[in-house]
Ligand binder design. Structure first.
Ligand SMILES: C[S@@+](CC[C@H](N)C(=O)[O-])C[C@H]1O[C@@H](n2cnc3c(N)ncnc32)[C@H](O)[C@@H]1O
Length: 245
Protein backbone atom coordinates (compact mmCIF):
# COMPACT_ATOMS: atom_id res chain seq x y z
CA UNK A 1 0.00 0.00 0.00
CA UNK A 2 1.19 3.48 -0.81
CA UNK A 3 2.39 5.27 2.32
CA UNK A 4 1.43 8.68 0.93
CA UNK A 5 -2.22 8.50 1.95
CA UNK A 6 -3.04 12.18 1.48
CA UNK A 7 -1.49 12.28 -2.01
CA UNK A 8 -3.46 9.24 -3.10
CA UNK A 9 -6.67 11.28 -2.87
CA UNK A 10 -5.52 13.42 -5.80
CA UNK A 11 -6.45 12.46 -9.34
CA UNK A 12 -3.50 10.82 -11.12
CA UNK A 13 -4.12 12.60 -14.41
CA UNK A 14 -4.34 15.98 -12.63
CA UNK A 15 -0.94 15.24 -11.09
CA UNK A 16 0.68 14.16 -14.34
CA UNK A 17 -0.77 17.15 -16.22
CA UNK A 18 1.00 19.47 -13.78
CA UNK A 19 4.06 17.77 -12.34
CA UNK A 20 7.49 19.01 -13.36
CA UNK A 21 9.52 16.27 -11.73
CA UNK A 22 9.15 13.12 -9.59
CA UNK A 23 5.69 13.17 -7.95
CA UNK A 24 5.83 16.45 -6.00
CA UNK A 25 2.92 15.43 -3.77
CA UNK A 26 4.77 12.37 -2.52
CA UNK A 27 7.85 14.49 -1.85
CA UNK A 28 5.80 17.12 -0.05
CA UNK A 29 3.82 14.61 2.00
CA UNK A 30 7.11 13.04 3.08
CA UNK A 31 8.44 16.48 4.04
CA UNK A 32 5.26 17.43 5.91
CA UNK A 33 5.81 14.47 8.22
CA UNK A 34 8.70 16.55 9.58
CA UNK A 35 6.88 19.88 9.83
CA UNK A 36 4.13 21.22 12.06
CA UNK A 37 1.77 23.14 9.77
CA UNK A 38 -1.37 24.65 11.24
CA UNK A 39 -4.38 26.42 9.65
CA UNK A 40 -3.78 30.12 9.13
CA UNK A 41 -0.01 29.86 8.87
CA UNK A 42 1.64 31.74 5.99
CA UNK A 43 3.74 29.38 3.89
CA UNK A 44 6.12 30.15 1.03
CA UNK A 45 6.11 27.43 -1.64
CA UNK A 46 9.38 28.24 -3.45
CA UNK A 47 9.63 26.91 -6.98
CA UNK A 48 6.05 25.65 -6.90
CA UNK A 49 6.04 25.02 -10.65
CA UNK A 50 2.43 24.51 -11.72
CA UNK A 51 1.30 24.73 -8.12
CA UNK A 52 0.38 21.14 -7.25
CA UNK A 53 2.18 21.44 -3.94
CA UNK A 54 0.52 24.80 -3.18
CA UNK A 55 -2.93 23.29 -3.73
CA UNK A 56 -1.98 20.38 -1.47
CA UNK A 57 -0.74 22.66 1.32
CA UNK A 58 -3.94 24.74 1.28
CA UNK A 59 -6.27 21.75 1.13
CA UNK A 60 -4.51 19.46 3.55
CA UNK A 61 -3.37 21.97 6.17
CA UNK A 62 -5.55 25.07 5.68
CA UNK A 63 -2.45 27.27 5.39
CA UNK A 64 -2.17 30.42 3.28
CA UNK A 65 0.32 29.80 0.48
CA UNK A 66 2.46 32.15 -1.56
CA UNK A 67 3.06 30.03 -4.64
CA UNK A 68 6.32 31.42 -5.97
CA UNK A 69 7.80 30.36 -9.29
CA UNK A 70 10.05 31.58 -12.09
CA UNK A 71 9.40 29.41 -15.14
CA UNK A 72 5.63 29.21 -14.76
CA UNK A 73 3.38 32.18 -15.39
CA UNK A 74 1.48 33.43 -12.32
CA UNK A 75 -1.71 33.98 -14.34
CA UNK A 76 -1.70 30.34 -15.45
CA UNK A 77 -1.20 29.26 -11.86
CA UNK A 78 -4.05 31.50 -10.70
CA UNK A 79 -6.37 29.73 -13.15
CA UNK A 80 -5.30 26.36 -11.74
CA UNK A 81 -5.88 27.58 -8.18
CA UNK A 82 -9.35 28.84 -9.16
CA UNK A 83 -10.24 25.54 -10.73
CA UNK A 84 -8.99 23.73 -7.64
CA UNK A 85 -11.13 26.04 -5.47
CA UNK A 86 -8.17 27.28 -3.41
CA UNK A 87 -7.67 30.78 -4.87
CA UNK A 88 -8.77 32.29 -1.53
CA UNK A 89 -5.80 30.64 0.15
CA UNK A 90 -3.13 30.39 -2.55
CA UNK A 91 -1.53 33.45 -4.14
CA UNK A 92 0.54 32.97 -7.31
CA UNK A 93 3.71 35.05 -7.49
CA UNK A 94 6.21 35.27 -10.32
CA UNK A 95 9.62 36.05 -8.84
CA UNK A 96 13.24 34.99 -9.09
CA UNK A 97 14.72 33.42 -5.96
CA UNK A 98 17.22 36.26 -5.47
CA UNK A 99 14.68 39.04 -6.02
CA UNK A 100 11.74 38.06 -3.86
CA UNK A 101 9.07 40.64 -3.00
CA UNK A 102 8.44 39.53 0.61
CA UNK A 103 9.10 41.29 3.90
CA UNK A 104 11.65 39.76 6.26
CA UNK A 105 10.07 37.52 8.89
CA UNK A 106 6.77 37.34 6.96
CA UNK A 107 6.42 33.56 6.72
CA UNK A 108 5.69 30.92 9.34
CA UNK A 109 7.28 28.37 7.03
CA UNK A 110 9.11 28.12 3.71
CA UNK A 111 9.09 24.89 1.76
CA UNK A 112 10.60 23.94 -1.57
CA UNK A 113 10.06 20.75 -3.55
CA UNK A 114 12.59 19.78 -6.25
CA UNK A 115 13.61 23.39 -6.72
CA UNK A 116 16.01 24.60 -4.00
CA UNK A 117 18.92 22.89 -5.79
CA UNK A 118 18.58 25.42 -8.63
CA UNK A 119 19.46 28.47 -6.51
CA UNK A 120 20.15 27.41 -2.92
CA UNK A 121 23.36 25.40 -3.20
CA UNK A 122 25.76 28.26 -2.58
CA UNK A 123 27.13 29.49 0.73
CA UNK A 124 25.13 32.68 0.99
CA UNK A 125 21.62 32.00 -0.28
CA UNK A 126 20.34 30.57 3.02
CA UNK A 127 21.88 33.13 5.42
CA UNK A 128 21.46 36.21 3.21
CA UNK A 129 18.13 35.54 1.53
CA UNK A 130 16.08 32.47 2.34
CA UNK A 131 16.36 32.38 6.11
CA UNK A 132 15.36 36.05 6.39
CA UNK A 133 11.92 35.39 4.94
CA UNK A 134 10.87 33.24 7.89
CA UNK A 135 10.14 34.47 11.40
CA UNK A 136 11.96 33.28 14.54
CA UNK A 137 10.69 29.82 15.44
CA UNK A 138 9.45 29.37 11.87
CA UNK A 139 10.09 26.28 9.80
CA UNK A 140 12.02 25.40 6.65
CA UNK A 141 11.71 22.29 4.54
CA UNK A 142 13.24 21.16 1.28
CA UNK A 143 13.29 18.02 -0.80
CA UNK A 144 16.01 17.90 -3.43
CA UNK A 145 17.36 15.33 -5.85
CA UNK A 146 20.85 14.47 -4.71
CA UNK A 147 23.37 11.79 -3.91
CA UNK A 148 23.63 9.25 -1.12
CA UNK A 149 27.20 10.40 -0.49
CA UNK A 150 29.65 12.95 -1.87
CA UNK A 151 32.01 12.01 -4.71
CA UNK A 152 35.40 13.53 -5.44
CA UNK A 153 34.40 14.65 -8.94
CA UNK A 154 30.86 15.44 -7.87
CA UNK A 155 29.24 12.38 -9.46
CA UNK A 156 29.60 8.60 -9.32
CA UNK A 157 31.44 6.92 -12.23
CA UNK A 158 28.27 5.08 -13.29
CA UNK A 159 26.62 8.45 -14.00
CA UNK A 160 29.54 10.33 -15.55
CA UNK A 161 27.99 10.23 -19.03
CA UNK A 162 24.80 11.80 -17.73
CA UNK A 163 26.07 14.69 -15.63
CA UNK A 164 24.65 17.98 -16.90
CA UNK A 165 26.19 21.26 -15.65
CA UNK A 166 23.17 22.07 -13.46
CA UNK A 167 23.49 18.73 -11.69
CA UNK A 168 26.63 19.76 -9.80
CA UNK A 169 24.20 20.99 -7.14
CA UNK A 170 23.19 17.38 -6.46
CA UNK A 171 24.61 16.70 -3.00
CA UNK A 172 24.21 14.39 -0.04
CA UNK A 173 21.95 15.07 2.93
CA UNK A 174 25.05 15.48 5.08
CA UNK A 175 26.30 18.19 2.70
CA UNK A 176 23.01 20.10 2.81
CA UNK A 177 22.89 19.81 6.57
CA UNK A 178 26.33 21.37 6.94
CA UNK A 179 25.44 24.16 4.51
CA UNK A 180 22.62 25.35 6.76
CA UNK A 181 23.96 24.25 10.14
CA UNK A 182 27.21 26.21 9.90
CA UNK A 183 25.28 29.48 9.59
CA UNK A 184 23.95 29.02 13.15
CA UNK A 185 20.61 30.39 11.97
CA UNK A 186 18.54 27.23 12.23
CA UNK A 187 18.40 23.92 14.05
CA UNK A 188 18.17 20.99 11.65
CA UNK A 189 15.25 18.85 12.77
CA UNK A 190 15.37 16.21 10.02
CA UNK A 191 17.78 15.21 7.29
CA UNK A 192 17.51 11.87 5.49
CA UNK A 193 17.13 10.16 2.12
CA UNK A 194 13.66 8.98 1.12
CA UNK A 195 13.75 5.17 0.90
CA UNK A 196 13.47 3.75 -2.65
CA UNK A 197 13.94 7.04 -4.53
CA UNK A 198 13.70 5.27 -7.88
CA UNK A 199 10.24 3.99 -6.95
CA UNK A 200 9.14 7.64 -6.85
CA UNK A 201 11.31 8.90 -9.71
CA UNK A 202 10.61 6.12 -12.27
CA UNK A 203 6.92 6.96 -12.99
CA UNK A 204 8.06 10.51 -13.85
CA UNK A 205 10.82 9.07 -16.08
CA UNK A 206 8.27 6.84 -17.85
CA UNK A 207 5.93 9.80 -18.32
CA UNK A 208 8.81 11.79 -19.88
CA UNK A 209 9.38 9.06 -22.47
CA UNK A 210 5.72 9.32 -23.52
CA UNK A 211 5.39 13.11 -23.30
CA UNK A 212 8.74 14.76 -23.97
CA UNK A 213 9.52 13.09 -27.30
CA UNK A 214 11.38 15.57 -29.51
CA UNK A 215 11.32 18.22 -26.82
CA UNK A 216 14.75 19.87 -26.43
CA UNK A 217 15.84 17.72 -29.39
CA UNK A 218 15.69 14.58 -27.27
CA UNK A 219 13.53 11.47 -27.11
CA UNK A 220 12.35 12.06 -23.55
CA UNK A 221 14.35 9.14 -22.21
CA UNK A 222 17.03 11.05 -20.27
CA UNK A 223 15.63 10.41 -16.78
CA UNK A 224 14.95 6.76 -17.64
CA UNK A 225 18.50 6.19 -18.89
CA UNK A 226 19.90 8.15 -15.95
CA UNK A 227 18.01 6.06 -13.39
CA UNK A 228 18.89 2.79 -15.11
CA UNK A 229 22.58 3.76 -15.23
CA UNK A 230 22.60 4.24 -11.46
CA UNK A 231 23.64 0.66 -10.75
CA UNK A 232 25.38 1.79 -7.56
CA UNK A 233 22.14 3.24 -6.17
CA UNK A 234 23.86 6.56 -5.56
CA UNK A 235 20.91 8.78 -6.47
CA UNK A 236 18.90 10.15 -3.56
CA UNK A 237 15.89 12.27 -2.81
CA UNK A 238 17.06 14.26 0.20
CA UNK A 239 14.63 15.62 2.81
CA UNK A 240 15.72 18.37 5.18
CA UNK A 241 13.70 20.31 7.74
CA UNK A 242 14.84 23.03 10.13
CA UNK A 243 13.55 25.56 12.66
CA UNK A 244 14.80 29.13 12.80
CA UNK A 245 16.45 29.99 16.11
C1 LIG B 1 11.94 20.79 -11.52
S1 LIG B 1 10.82 22.15 -11.36
C2 LIG B 1 9.82 21.58 -10.01
C3 LIG B 1 8.52 22.31 -9.91
C4 LIG B 1 7.56 21.79 -8.85
N1 LIG B 1 8.07 22.01 -7.51
C5 LIG B 1 7.27 20.33 -9.08
O1 LIG B 1 7.87 19.50 -8.38
O2 LIG B 1 6.48 20.04 -9.98
C6 LIG B 1 11.84 23.40 -10.61
C7 LIG B 1 11.10 24.70 -10.35
O3 LIG B 1 12.02 25.60 -9.72
C8 LIG B 1 11.79 26.90 -10.21
N2 LIG B 1 13.04 27.68 -10.20
C9 LIG B 1 14.22 27.34 -10.75
N3 LIG B 1 15.10 28.32 -10.60
C10 LIG B 1 14.46 29.32 -9.96
C11 LIG B 1 14.84 30.61 -9.52
N4 LIG B 1 16.08 31.06 -9.76
N5 LIG B 1 13.92 31.36 -8.89
C12 LIG B 1 12.68 30.90 -8.65
N6 LIG B 1 12.25 29.66 -9.04
C13 LIG B 1 13.13 28.90 -9.68
C14 LIG B 1 11.32 26.74 -11.64
O4 LIG B 1 10.52 27.82 -12.03
C15 LIG B 1 10.61 25.39 -11.62
O5 LIG B 1 9.21 25.50 -11.62
Amino acid sequence: MNKYIRSEKYDGSFISENWMGPNPLYLLEELCGNLDLKPGMKVLDMGCGKGLTSIFLAREFGVTVFANDLWVNATDNLERFRQAGVDGLVFPIHAEAHALPYAEGFFDAAISIDSYEYYGADEIYFPCTYSKLVKKGGQFGIVVPGLVKEFERGYPDTLSGFWQPDMYSFHSGEWWKKLWEKTGIADITACYDIPDPKGIWMPWAEWCVDNFKNEWGGDGSFDMRFLNADTGNDIALVVMAAVKK
